[in-house]
Design a protein around this ligand. Sequence first.
Ligand SMILES: [Zn+2]
Length: 257
Amino acid sequence: MLESNFGVLAATLFGSAIGSFLNVCIVRLPANESVVAPRSRCPQCRKALAAYDNIPVLSWIVLGGKCRSCAKPIPVRYPLVELAVAGVFGTSFWYYGFGVEAGRAALFGTLLLGIGVTDARAYIIPDEFTWGGLGAGLAFSWVHGFAGFLDALLGAAVGFALLYFIAWAGEMVLKKEAMGGGDIKMMVMVGSFLGWQGVLMTLFGGALIGTLVFGPVTLVKKGLLVPFGVFLAAAAAVTFVIGDDILRWYLGFLTGR
Ligand SMILES: [Zn+2]
């Protein structure tokens, strides 16, 4: 038990480091900058960070949320993303134990977080998250053999077909782009992780959350850009965790059992 607790702690700390890297991706990918060079800088004065000022979560707290050089505030987004990814990793390895499933869950959660935050900030869903994630989703699916791979492939295909159709239909009706290409690519990736039922559930959930949150706002502020990827990411995470339970409940509801 102690050994597994230590393992979960190690996974959590590793997750915080991945979260630190995710912060770099969130800022640099939409700007088409390299995520490896140059090394981490202050977002305000662009001075390179010393290693001791780049420790996930802790450095931000020690520095009081301010840059050591220019004293300008460092967004709270940085420690929050690090904490969230640490949580995703810790929970995944605690729940699944040390194995491929835990790695798959941790990676999927990290991708969704990266997509959600990037879309919220920049209205862009980078290909690195979607196409890269698709590759990972298809690779991980082999754990369940060829049948698992086919499931993932089918999920990706349904994700593409469904979103492509919605984008096309939306454009016909609204006479403008209703859904970005990033959303389509994102759902292809999501399908490779969740299968075709998961795609349907994610789309339904994303539309529901999006309407609840943004419906009232868009009524007031017409023409507001809606980062749909944020809601799709939230719905995909929920589907990953309790999708099977929802499906069972829904089927029971339909058949009256
Ligand atoms: Zn600075």
